[in-house]
Design a protein around this ligand. Structure first.
Ligand SMILES: [Zn+2]
Length: 275
C-alpha cells in the first residue's frame, strides 16, 4: 500500500496533467470502484466537469472541480493513474477512464480492485473518514503542542498511536518504526508515559522521516505520462530498522529486534530504543 509520501508524489505528478482540463466524458467500467454511484450517474455527474486543481488529505487524492465538488480517490493496495494518448490502447486493469479535452485519457487502473472513488458534492462538507483525519504532518497545523497533548491523552503504545490516522496522520508501518528509531524511543512504551524531551524528539523525527521520503522521491518513481503507466517500485531505499530483524543496528550494532503489535511488525534496536 502506498504510504503518504508516495501519495504526495502521485498528486504532484497529476497536477500538471489534469489542472485546467475539462472532462469530456467519464466511464466507470468497474462499478465497485465507485460503490455509491451507478455507472450512468458517474458519467452524468462528471461529464463536462472542469478540474481546477489537485489536492490531498491524508491518502485521499482530491480532484477539485469548478462546481465546488471534489472527486476523491483512495489508491489502497494497487490503484494507479495512467495518462495515455487518445489512440493508445487501454492498459491492463483499466477500471475508470476520463476523456480529457487535450486529447488524452486519464485512466485509473487497479489490479486488486480495492481502490475507491467517490464524488463529494460540497468541498466544505467532507465525509467523516476525511474530516476526522489528524492535521497534515508537514503543515503548520501539526504543532508540537498538538502532538504532546495527543500523547498525554493516550495509554496506547507509541507505535499504535502513531498508526492511528485520526491522531497522527501519514505514518504507515515503515515510517512509524523509522521515526521511533530516529527519536531513540521504545515503540512499546505507553504514549502518556513518554517524557516531554523525548516526545519533542519524536515530533521532530516524524516530520524528518516524512520530509526525507518526499525529498528522496519516496519508495516509488512515478511517471503518469509514461504510456505504460507504471509506478516503478525501487528496492534501493535504505531503511534504518524496517525489515532488518537480526541485522546490526546502524548506530550501535546491536541486533535489531522484531515484535508484533496490533498485527503489524515493529522493528527496533533494544539498546538505542530502551526507553
Ligand atoms: Zn542501536
Amino acid at each position: 500500500m502506498p504510504e503518504l509520501p508516495e501519495v504526495e508524489h502521485v498528486v504532484r505528478a497529476l497536477r500538471p496533467i489534469v489542472t485546467g482540463r475539462r472532462i469530456l466524458a467519464a466511464e466507470l467500467k468497474l462499478k465497485r470502484i465507485s460503490p455509491e454511484l451507478s455507472r450512468v450517474a458517474f458519467s452524468r455527474q462528471l461529464k463536462d466537469a472542469q478540474i481546477t486543481g489537485v489536492g490531498r488529505r491524508g491518502k485521499y487524492i482530491l480532484f477539485e472541480l469548478e462546481s465546488g465538488s471534489l472527486l476523491a480517490t483512495h489508491l489502497r493496495m494497487t490503484g494507479k493513474f495512467v495518462s495515455i494518448a487518445v489512440d493508445e490502447s487501454l492498459p491492463p486493469y483499466a477500471h475508470v477512464v476520463f476523456y480529457l479535452d487535450d486529447e488524452r485519457r486519464l485512466v485509473f487502473c487497479d489490479m486488486r480492485q480495492f481502490g475507491r472513488m467517490r464524488l463529494i458534492r460540497d468541498a466544505g462538507r467532507l465525509p467523516k473518514e476525511i474530516s476526522t483525519l489528524a492535521p497534515e504532518p508537514l503543515s503548520d497545523d501539526f504543532t508540537e503542542e498538538y502532538f504532546l497533548e495527543t500523547l498525554s491523552r493516550s495509554r496506547r503504545s507509541l507505535k499504535q498511536l502513531l498508526l492511528d490516522q485520526t491522531r497522527v496522520l501519514g505514518l504507515g508501518n515503515i515510517y512509524a518504526v523509522e521515526a521511533l528509531f530516529l527519536a531513540g524511543v521504545n515503540p512499546l512504551k505507553a504514549s502518556n508515559k513518554l517524557s516531554k524531551p523525548r516526545a519533542r524528539k519524536l515530533y521532530q523525527a516524524i516530520r524528518e522521516v516524512l520530509q526525507e521520503a518526499i525529498d528522496a522521491g519516496s519508495t516509488l518513481r512515478i511517471d503518469l505520462a509514461d504510456g505504460n503507466g507504471i509506478y516503478f517500485g525501487t528496492t534501493e531505499r535504505f531503511w534504518r530498522v524496517y525489515e532488518r530483524e537480526g541485522e546490526p543496528c546502524v548506530r550501535c550494532e546491536t541486533k535489531i529486534r522484531r515484535v508484533v503489535q496490533g498485527g503489524r511488525s515493529t522493528y527496533y534496536c533494544p539498546k538505542c530504543q530502551k526507553n
